[in-house]
Design a binder for this molecule. Structure first.
Ligand code: FES
Length: 96
């Protein structure tokens, strides 16, 4: 993903905004990222990805997701239709 791609599609919260929030606030738990423009409080699709970004930040790494915006959006469509996450997506999508 590029910095201006949206991680939380419900609230249009970009990777850049989440990185800035993590850097500035250094939240103790991933759920506090919801303070960043309500990220993760809509359909819940992005929650595992937010947890992944938070874990990367905690390890001192640059938070990033190794998934194309199109694949990310397509997977969310499947999630919203079926309530299930496609195999290989979710929290491990950022570690590929
Ligand atoms: S994509 Fe973030 S809550 Fe729906």
């Amino acid at each position: 993903m590029d910095p201006d791609d949206h991680v939380c599609l419900c609230f249009r919260v970009s990777l850049r905004k989440i990185r800035t929030y993590l850097h500035r606030e250094n939240p103790a738990v991933a759920s506090l990222i919801s303070e960043c423009l309500s990220a993760g409080t809509g359909c819940q699709w992005c929650v595992p990805f937010l947890k992944h970004l938070h874990a990367q930040h905690q390890r001192g790494e640059e938070p990033d997701l190794k998934i194309s915006p199109q694949q990310y959006a397509d997977s969310r469509v499947t999630y919203r239709r079926t309530g299930e996450r496609p195999p290989g997506d979710g929290a491990d999508a950022g570690s590929a």
